[in-house]
Write a protein that binds this ligand. Sequence first.
Ligand SMILES: Nc1ncnc2c1ncn2[C@@H]1O[C@H](COP(=O)(O)OP(=O)(O)O)[C@@H](O)[C@H]1O
Ligand SMILES: [Mg+2]
Length: 1064
Amino acid sequence: MLSARSPSVPRLGIACFGPSSRPLFAPTSATVARFSIQSIQNVTTAATTSAGATSRSRPRPALVPTSRSSLPAAQGQVRGKKTRTAVTLGELPLPAASKQLPQGLILAEPLPLEDDEPTYPTVVLQARRSMQKFDGCVLLTRVGGFYELYFEQAEEYGPLLNLKVAQKKTNAGPVSMAGFPFFQLDRFLKILVQDLNRHVAIAEEFPNDAAGKVKSGGLLHDRKVARIVTPGTLIDENFMDPYANNYVMAIHLPAEVESGPPPIEPANMSPEEVDVGLAWLDLSTGYFFTQPTTLSSLGSVLSRVSPREIVLDKEMESQRDHGIMSVLEEERYLVSYSPPGELRKLSDWQSMLEAEIPAHTAEKLTDNEVKAGGLLLHYVGDRLRGLSMKLQPPVRHESLQVMNIDKNSMRALEIKQTNRDGAFKGSLLHAIRRTVTKSGARLLNEWLSSPSTSLEVINHRQDLVFRFLQNEDLRDAVIVLLRRSHDSQRLVQKFALNRGEPDDLLRLASTIKATEDIVGILSSAVSSQPSPETDAQHDDCLSTMIGRIRLDQPLQLAKRIWDAIDEEGLVQQHRIEDSETGEMLALAQEIVKAEGSEADTALLPKGAMAKAASTNAASGRKKPTSLRDFYGEDSEVWIMKPGASPVLARLHAELASLLQDKVALTETLRARLNAATLTLRWTPGLGHICHLRGKDARRSPTAAEDEDTATAPVRTLSSSRTTRSIHQPEWTALGERIDKARFQIRAEEQRVFGALRAHVVYCLVKLRRNASVLDELDIATSFARLAAEQNLTRPVLHDSLASPNSLQTIIIGGRHPTVEGGLAEAGRTFQRNDCLVGAPGHGRAWLITGPNMAGKSTFLRQNALITVLAQVGCYVPADHASLSIVDAIFSRVGSADSLFHNQSTFMVEMLETAAILRQATARSFVIMDEVGRGTTPEDGTAVAFASLHHLLHINRCRVLFATHFHNIADLVAQHRMRLEDGGAVGAVEMYCTDVEEDGQGGFAYVHRLRKGINRQSHALKVARLAGLPEQAIRVAREVLEKSGVDRGSREHSKITHRTAETTG
Ligand SMILES: Nc1ncnc2c1ncn2[C@@H]1O[C@H](COP(=O)(O)OP(=O)(O)O)[C@@H](O)[C@H]1O
Ligand SMILES: [Mg+2]
């Protein structure tokens, strides 16, 4: 970007706009396709005769597995002259698939090769080799201003990417190709990587040195795969989700693990035994984590981390029936396989980290974690093809105190997306997110999937929210400054990966400035606190934040950036680039017009058309001119200020004086040649020329050698009717000096930029720490805004380890964070409800009955969600909340069939229930909604009661239990589990919701919870509401009157005389 841009002349022969006559392949499956090189036969007709038809009839190249090892080495078939620069057709490996074709097909033999046989051009040949070397990847080859696909990949992906596939004529026969302009790389990467989950190898151009030029037969550039982009290894692609981390995770399984059934299958009774190691990182921020876990908990960890890509040891590729595969398949994780690599010890990681691994982390890392980390770093390093990276030292998740939300609860509670359609709107995150920075939003996302269990951490977060709630001006001021900061986590990481551009430097500098200003206003807020004795504690929380920010070095960096970078120059530079993009598109448009159809024109990007059109219009529909022309070569755009370095200052002075010389020389030459229109120019074809126009151009110029001697003729280089170009040695000499000065300035700019980049890397740790403080401030101010907006309350949390015998969830006047908003939109109000599980005099388990649609499920979830919010540090939708910290939330809610995995509703229900009964501790909070629904009422009741019994006797946790089976209430009474029965397990209290009838067939739901059991489901009312035909309702009522209601009322009287409870 900094270098003088070589005017990137697009090549006219570009395939994407050419006509196509190829048959198209159908889209392939979403798994990583492994390409058969079979279809090369389509184009290498000289080599094969019949197999081409076979490959065309295969819609999925993935069906024909190929592996590199099965390909004959290219060298093995080298024939012909020693000093060739291109390789012959026969040197291309034979299609491996041909070996696997069923017998009976006539296999094509390569034809005997002649010495002077036709060859592929080097670029195509290199592409073929790279396609083999990086099998499983889609190869994009940079050629001039375009990225191109070749051979069978052009045929397969051209149509998928909406690109024309054309036949490039080569000496060795036609080659399929498709391509797009370089500046559309992100757009196509998005489709290939993000949407199709492909791995994309990008071969970039590198200038050839003299030897390379000779070897390649005069090519200016060599092409090498510079990076492999996979869904989990994105760096700064602009299609990345700014609001979520982009993790790639390696899972290490100990070798001795037997492959067996899926770990959640009932047959496998002790899957916890299998320890696995996890390591995951986000290349865009440099975050790096490890965690030991077990195969049975893997699903939940995965749902918490949501990795975009999972890496397993190559060895696992053949173990399709391994227990881990079903865990990964269930959520359709994208899996890549990689050799383990050589990074076996922690010390091997160091070069990839920005700082030492802290000793206390290093000590604790298990062998499995280290192996997972080694595999991960090897894989990522390989994707980056040697690009240096600086990650943050790994943080062990084990040592973080976080609440466990298992994957079913994550889904059931709709924390990040809705259960039904996976939409973001309607989720808890959507309802509470008010952050103004992208990295703040990402942190909130992380916090919501792993709320804290540390009282200290939660209190600190709440203190900050309190502070910003109290002081609205302070809050608004901080928010304004946060908006001014940029996504510094991702910004900084760009530099850590040796990327980053002058714009990024400026963004970084303004972020540092915003940070300084934030420190300023926070500090004055701390010192101007009116009543220090009452608010000392809250001052502390601001001071803690200020104390974590390090400004000295970053400010020096910011100053250096501002001193060096010429913002105005940068803006000009971008204008020029935009205009060049416009030129390129205008050109593309012309090609399409000349060669393509209307449809091709429609394929060009939309904005581009306008831009291209305006470029054309501006130049009077002549060949497009660039802004560079407009500025002229003498007012070249520089992006560094001359003061950026002494050398730069000297070079600019030199250039200025040379330009003065040029003015003087122009005068001299005008006089000498007697040509007033003379200007001094440079053209690519003629070099430094004197340019004459009009009448000066019409006569052959002569130069006065000196005042009074005869004139000598001057040779004309080129002339037209109105212009003429000639050489003058003085201008050639001066012009060359000017060029040299310019070149030196560019080089020095590069050097200064490199130094600035190094300075960023030097400040890396501090910049990242500052960024995380800003993220936390973003969340704190956003929570304060939310609290003010929605009238939320600060919950009081209690350390559940300190008082294990009085674990309570007291929520008075609780509301559901998302349902309330939904009702409000519809003009309805939400009925507040209290939850007092574990409170003295109230049960530890609440058994909730009631009609359909009266709010049981809503009540269950709202209390779980309030618990999550409280432990994230957010205020909660309730009048009052006093909560003992929860170590895990479990929910068995709804019944999502998993027929795809051959599991019935009831099986899914039982698997989830089993997981809860096995894992919940006394500190956990469990909500169970209609367990046992998927089977007969008798079986269902039995299983549901057994679950409640187990939770009460064994797990001893806080439980909200909703059911339609009111017989469970009777069983609870029989087993003396009610609160009034007292004793160690007497802990169940009955609550219910209800409907209120108006006596004329109308009714309304009473969403208010009250003590008691409701034995009526009022199902027919709901059925009528839903529009069940009146006849059907009549039949149902008859049936009910004959059996159900009778039985219900019998049981009703039976229980009332025993317990004197209220019923509905
Ligand atoms: N406390 C409440 N106040 C007002 N409306 C509510 C309340 N709880 C639930 N609702 C409404 O009733 C609907 C059904 O609630 P739900 O919890 O699914 O009932 P149930 O589980 O008892 O069948 C919700 O979608 C919501 O619109
Ligand atoms: Mg329900």
